[in-house]
Design a protein around this ligand. Structure first.
Ligand SMILES: CC(C)(COP(=O)(O)OP(=O)(O)OC[C@H]1O[C@@H](n2cnc3c(N)ncnc32)[C@H](O)[C@@H]1OP(=O)(O)O)[C@@H](O)C(=O)NCCC(=O)NCCS
Length: 193
């Protein structure tokens, strides 16, 4: 019997759930593309993509949350039933930075799912889930200056730029530095909901 991957939460149009092999294959097929990976270090080799899944499963083991699969509900709408990408939570891991250890939200959607409000809807569900299931009072999101789609979403979510928390990430090239930080508190989020 084929088991359904566990649902983490649902929103009006989306189901956010754990990974299984078919969802991971769909995710890689639709998101390991030049447009999606523009600000994420470019298209990955197959082995590197497989490594990403191991890393995500490691976050789940370590923190109890990760960047999960984000799928459109099978409701007859745009891309019904399809994997749209991922959205989720981890802890910021770059040692020696102001944000290390803080709750971090992230997102990555296939290009034909951009501009439909899916990322904001998934992220909103994720922040609700974060503050409902952890004791953290702060949440950050990380990107680079060039990734206006990503920091635009952070600002549409009500997050505030924390220039004083920006940092150089030795893992990335000069074009992908510095990492810029946006932040929201539990109280600020509750006020918006
Ligand atoms: C970052 C990313 C997730 C943003 O996705 P997005 O679709 O632009 O974000 P949103 O869900 O907020 O959608 C916003 C757009 O949808 C439109 N929209 C359409 N229908 C909508 C609806 N029902 N509700 C809300 N917005 C809607 C909005 O008007 C807005 O369009 P605009 O940008 O022309 O004003 C996406 O660009 C992406 O996956 N990028 C590649 C991966 C990446 O870089 N990830 C981040 C790494 S730090």
């Amino acid at each position: 019997m084929k088991l359904m991957p566990e649902t983490i939460f649902e929103t009006e149009r989306l189901i956010v759930h754990e990974w299984d092999d078919p969802s991971w294959d769909g995710f890689v097929r639709h998101t390991n593309t030049p447009a999606v990976m523009r600000w994420l270090g470019g298209v990955r080799e197959e082995a590197a993509a497989a490594n990403t899944r191991v890393r995500l499963e490691g976050f789940n083991d370590e923190f109890g949350f990760t960047f999960w699969c984000c799928r459109r509900k099978n409701d007859g709408g745009h891309l019904a039933g399809e994997v749209l990408g991922m959205v989720g939570l981890k802890r910021a891991t770059v040692e020696g930075t102001k944000v290390c250890g803080m709750l971090e939200i992230g997102w990555r959607l296939r290009e034909d799912a951009w501009g439909k409000g899916y990322a904001k809807e998934g992220a909103t569900g994720c922040i609700d889930h974060a503050f409902a299931t952890t004791g953290d009072d702060d949440l950050v999101a990380l990107t680079v200056e060039g990734n206006a789609a990503s920091w635009g979403l952070m600002q549409r979510l009500g997050m505030q730029r924390r220039k004083d928390w920006d940092y150089e990430d030795p893992y990335f090239s000069a074009e992908l530095n510095p990492t810029i930080v946006h932040h929201i508190t539990r109280a600020q989020w509750q006020e918006r909901r």
